[in-house]
Design a protein around this ligand. Structure first.
Ligand code: NCD
Length: 352
């Protein structure tokens, strides 16, 4: 870990994750004692969606086409489908979530699945049950798909390795958030007329702790777009250049002429204290305000995965302004999750 440190400060939690998922998994061996996070080859089983790392351009474009199709279908008044009829889905959220959980649930219900949602608080985890035992218990009830959000990188992969159910990663620690990555790609594809080659996005803020940034980076570089990161040195992991990204020294430098910007939430729950001097100072130096958004290419959209800290990483003027794609991202999320649920359920029923 130490060789990944940024100068003069200890490496932030998660800094190594950018460099190697295996290192991230081992480092974060947290409450459930996880093994390494998934390698690309392991994620190829179509029952699962564990990450975007290693996914080919064609596979990504396939996902975007499927999601766009679902988006059209979902727009029909009183849309309902029976694509997932007879499929039991459990949303297992071991970490807080609003939009991701609601979005998965809505997609599952729209497609006619039998849905149950499980939140870690109030579960047997508080009685000391291991993650795998909890997952096995749920699977034994006849669940076909598990949608897993967990604070430890590699938790969904661990379940996928040991159980027959299909596993969809809804965010694992600082590792990946593949459905968020796909919805970001779909939102950018809309703004960019479907062409990623030659485009550049500036991703600004707490990069070290961001699974959203990692999934976006893997997806965007595979599709031929360039990614420039900017953020406080204490929140910038080492090894970004090796992953094909550029790093700018200032937010202005990153934004100048970029074809899109993404502001990241300050992930204070994953941070050791002292990485940011103060929220006010952070907003002043790194916040995406209207003046800074004006540096972007004309018409370039501004994304934020939510939840937003207004006037911290993004000003209300930008979040609610004409460039904001925030609600389009949320809407696209339901379509992306329909596509993912459909494919994973189909593969799971073939495997069963
Ligand atoms: C993100 C997450 O939880 O990874 N939110 C989301 O899923 N839309 C980003 C965040 O929490 O900052």
């Amino acid at each position: 870990m130490s060789h990944l440190s940024v100068p003069a400060r200890p490496a932030p939690a998660g800094a190594g994750v950018f460099f190697s998922p295996a290192a991230g998994g081992a480092r974060s061996a947290g409450p459930v004692g996880l093994a390494a996070a998934p390698r690309a080859a392991e994620t190829a089983d179509a029952r699962h969606l564990l990450g975007l790392e290693g996914m080919s351009r064609d596979a990504l474009l396939g996902w975007l086409a499927a999601a766009a199709e679902w988006r059209t279908r979902l727009a029909a008044p009183r849309f309902a489908a029976d694509t997932l009829r007879g499929v039991a889905v459990c949303n297992a959220f071991f970490e807080d979530s609003t939009r991701t959980r609601v979005s998965f649930e809505l997609a599952e219900r729209r497609l006619g699945a039998a849905v149950v949602t499980f939140a870690a608080a109030g579960s047997s985890l508080s009685k000391g049950e291991s993650l795998l035992d909890t997952a096995r218990t749920i699977a034994a009830m006849g669940v076909d798909l598990l949608v897993v959000r967990h604070g430890s990188p590699g938790a969904p992969a661990l379940i996928a390795r040991h159980l027959e159910v299909g596993v969809i990663n809804a965010g694992d620690g600082e590792h990946e958030h593949p459905t968020q990555g796909l919805l970001d790609l779909l939102t950018l594809a809309d703004a960019w007329g479907g062409r990623f080659e030659g485009r550049r996005i500036a991703i600004v803020g707490d990069v070290a702790h961001s699974r959203v940034a990692r999934s976006a980076l893997f997806g965007l570089t595979a599709l031929g777009a360039r990614v420039t990161f900017a953020g406080p040195p204490t929140l910038m992991p080492a090894g970004l250049a090796a992953l094909g990204a550029e790093v700018a020294g200032t937010v202005e430098e990153a934004l100048a002429g970029a074809d899109a910007a993404m502001a990241l939430r300050l992930q204070r729950e994953r941070m050791e204290s002292g990485l940011v001097p103060s929220v006010g100072e952070y907003a002043r130096v790194w916040g995406l305000d209207a003046r800074r958004a004006g540096l972007l290419a004309p018409g370039a959209p501004v994304l934020h995965p939510g939840p937003m800290n207004r006037e911290v990483e993004i000003s209300s003027e930008v979040a609610d302004g004409p460039r904001s794609a925030v609600l389009r991202q949320v809407a696209n999320g339901v379509a992306v999750r329909c596509a993912v649920l459909e494919r994973c359920a189909t593969a799971r029923s073939r495997a069963a």
